[in-house]
Design a protein around this ligand. Structure first.
Ligand code: NAD
Length: 479
C-alpha cells in the first residue's frame, strides 16, 4: 500500500515524486512505498500551518477539546484496523498494538483534550505595590514534532495532541520505518473536523525531511523523540535559531532487585520489562542488578521463564515476541551480542536469529540474557534496544546505587524492595527521570515524563507538555 503526505487537510504525493520502500518486518517483503519528501514539502506544510494558526489560535479551549475527543473516539472505533496496520509496519504482536499502542494513542487525544480545559494560568498580587501580575500562556505558532519507530502512533500522538490542544499548528514527521498509522491518522483528523492545516504530516528520511523541519527558521519549537546521537545533532542545528526543544532520547535503564521484594511479582514483571515490544522500548530495564543472596535463584528462574517466551508471527495470538523493526536493526542487535561475547560475557540464553516457519525472511531474534561481570563493559554501557538484557549481582545498597548511576543515560529505573527507607533513599539518589517501585511501565498521563543526562532535556506529559507548547508571558498591572 502506498501512502501520501497529509498537508492542508489533503493527501498528496511529494513534490519531487521520490519514494522509499516500506518493509514488513514479519516477512521481509516490501509492501508499499512512502514519500521521500524534500524541504519544498516541508515549506508547503509550514505555509498551511501558518495560515491555519490565524484561526486555530483564536479558538476556545472547549472547541479544541471537542475535536481532540472526537479524534480519540474515532481511533477507538477503528482500533482493529489501526492495530493491524501498526503490527504489520513495526513487527510488534497485534495483541500489543490492540491493548497498548492504539488505546494509548486514543488516550493521548482524550487526555490533552480534557487537560487544556483545566490549564489555568497563575496570578500574583504584589502586595504593598498596588500591582497584580498574571501569566498569559500563548501558543507558540507552528511547531515541529518528530517521532521514532518503536511505539509509532503512541509517541507521534503524545506530541501532536498537546501541541494542537494548546492552540499551535503542527508540521509532523513519523519515522520513515513505521509511517503507516500516522498516514491513517490524517483521515481520522479530517473526519473529526480538525480544520485543514492544523496538523500536517510529512513522510521521509530523518536526514532530509526531518532535518528540513529542524532547519526551518519559522518553526519555533521542536518536540523530538529518538536516539541520543540524533538528539544532539538536532540540538546543534536548532541552537543558533534559539528554538525551544524537548528531547526524549535513549536509555540504559537499571532494574535493582533486593532480596526483600515480592519475588513472583518481580520475576514476572522483570520478564515483561525486558522483552515487551521485543525490548524496543526506551523504558525497558536492560541492566538487571540482583542482590547477591538471591542471585542464583533469580538467574535460574529468570532464564526458565525467558525460555518459555514464544517468538512468532505478530498476528498469532500466542506470540510473545514478534519481529524486530528492520533488517539493519536486527543486524545491529546481533552485532552487540557478538561484541558481548568478545568482551568475555556469558550468553545464558538466546542470542540467535529465529526462523519462523512460513516467514523465513522476517527479522526474528531469540530473547537473550547475558551475564556480565562488570558494569563497565560496552554491553552494559551502550543502548542495544532489542530483546537483550544483562544480569549481574551486587552486594550492598551503595554498590547497587553506584552501578545504576554509572552510565551516561538517565531515563528510568525499576526498584524492587519492600523496605520503605531504602525506597526513599534510592528514589532520591537515582539519576533518572522516572523511578518505578515494585512495578514497571505504570503510566499516569498527568505525570512529568522525560530523562536526565544523555536521555534528554525537558519533560513531556500532563501540564508539562502544555507548558512546553506555550509561551509564558507575564503581565504586570499597577493599579
Ligand atoms: P532516530 O533518532 O534514528 O530517529 C527518530 C526520528 O528522528 C525519526 O523520525 C527519524 O527520521 C528522525 N531523524 C533522524 N535524523 C534526523 C535529523 N537529522 N533531523 C531531524 N530528524 C531526524 O531514532 P529511532 O531509531 O527511530 O528510535 C530509537 C531511539 O529512540 C532509541 O534510542 C530509543 O531509546 C529512543 N526513544 C526514546 C524515547 C523516550 O521517550 N526517551 C521513546 C522511544 C524511543
Amino acid at each position: 500500500m502506498n501512502i501520501q503526505n497529509y498537508i492542508n487537510g489533503q493527501y498528496a504525493n511529494p513534490l519531487n515524486n521520490e519514494w522509499l520502500d516500506n518493509y514488513c518486518p514479519s516477512n521481509g517483503d516490501i509492501y508499499g512505498q512512502i514519500p521521500n519528501s524534500s524541504k519544498e514539502d516541508i515549506e508547503l506544510a509550514y505555509q498551511a500551518a501558518k495560515e491555519a494558526f490565524q484561526t486555530w489560535s483564536q479558538t476556545t479551549p472547549e472547541e479544541r477539546s471537542r475535536i481532540l475527543i472526537k479524534i480519540s473516539e474515532l481511533l477507538e472505533q477503528n482500533l482493529e484496523r489501526f492495530a493491524e496496520a501498526e503490527s504489520k509496519d513495526n513487527g510488534k504482536p497485534v495483541s500489543l498494538a490492540n491493548t497498548v499502542d492504539i488505546p494509548r494513542a486514543a488516550s493521548n487525544f482524550r487526555f490533552f483534550g480534557n487537560a487544556i480545559t483545566q490549564f489555568a494560568s497563575e496570578s500574583h498580587e504584589s502586595v504593598g505595590q498596588d500591582a497584580i501580575n498574571y501569566t498569559l500562556r500563548q501558543p507558540i505558532g507552528v511547531v515541529g514534532c518528530i517521532s521514532p519507530w518503536n511505539l509509532p502512533l503512541y509517541l507521534f500522538t503524545w506530541k501532536i495532541a498537546p501541541a494542537i490542544a494548546a492552540g499551535n499548528c503542527v508540521v509532523a514527521k513519523p519515522s520513515e520505518v513505521t509511517p503507516m498509522t500516522a498516514y491513517l491518522l490524517g483521515e481520522i483528523c479530517t473526519k473529526a473536523g480538525l480544520p485543514k492545516g492544523v496538523l500536517n504530516i510529512v513522510h521521509g528520511l530523518g536526514t532530509t525531511t526531518g532535518q528540513a523541519i529542524v532547519e526551518h527558521p519559522e518553526i519555533k519549537a521542536i518536540s523530538f523523540t529518538g536516539g541520543t546521537t540524533t538528539g544532539a545533532h538536532i540540538a546543534r542545528t536548532a541552537a543558533p535559531m534559539f528554538k525551544k526543544l524537548s528531547l526524549e532520547l535513549g536509555g540504559k535503564n537499571p532494574n535493582l532487585i533486593f532480596a526483600d521484594c515480592d519475588y513472583e511479582d518481580m520475576l514476572n514483571t522483570t520478564v515483561r520489562s525486558s522483552f515487551a515490544n521485543q525490548g524496543q522500548i526506551c523504558l525497558c530495564g536492560s541492566r538487571i542488578f540482583v542482590e547477591a543472596g538471591i542471585y542464583k535463584r533469580f538467574k535460574a528462574d529468570f532464564i526458565a521463564k525467558v525460555k518459555t517466551l514464544k517468538v512468532g508471527h505478530p498476528s498469532k495470538s500466542d506470540t510473545n515476541i514478534g519481529a524486530l523493526v528492520s533488517k539493519p536493526h536486527l543486524e545491529k542487535v546481533l552485532g552487540y551480542i557478538e561484541r558481548a561475547e568478545e568482551e568475555n560475557n556469558t550468553i545464558l540464553c538466546g542470542g540467535k536469529k529465529v526462523s519462523v516457519a512460513g516467514f523465513e525472511n522476517g527479522y526474528y531474534l531469540e530473547p537473550t540474557v547475558i551475564e556480565v561481570t562488570s558494569n563497565e563493559c560496552n554491553t552494559n554501557q551502550e543502548e542495544i534496544f532489542g530483546p537483550v538484557v544483562t544480569i549481574m549481582p551486587f552486594s550492598t545498597e551503595d554498590e547497587a546505587l553506584k552501578i545504576a548511576n554509572d552510565v551516561k543515560y538517565g531515563l528510568s529505573a525499576a526498584l524492587w524492595t519492600n523496605n520503605l527507607k531504602r525506597t526513599m533513599r534510592l528514589s532520591a539518589k537515582l539519576q533518572v527521570g522516572i523511578v518505578w517501585v515494585n512495578t514497571w511501565m505504570l503510566r499516569d498521563l498527568r505525570t512529568p515524563f522525560g530523562g536526565m543526562k544523555a536521555s534528554g532535556v525537558g519533560r513531556e506529559g500532563g501540564f508539562e507538555a502544555l507548558r512546553f507548547f506555550t509561551e509564558a508571558k507575564n503581565v504586570c498591572i499597577k493599579y
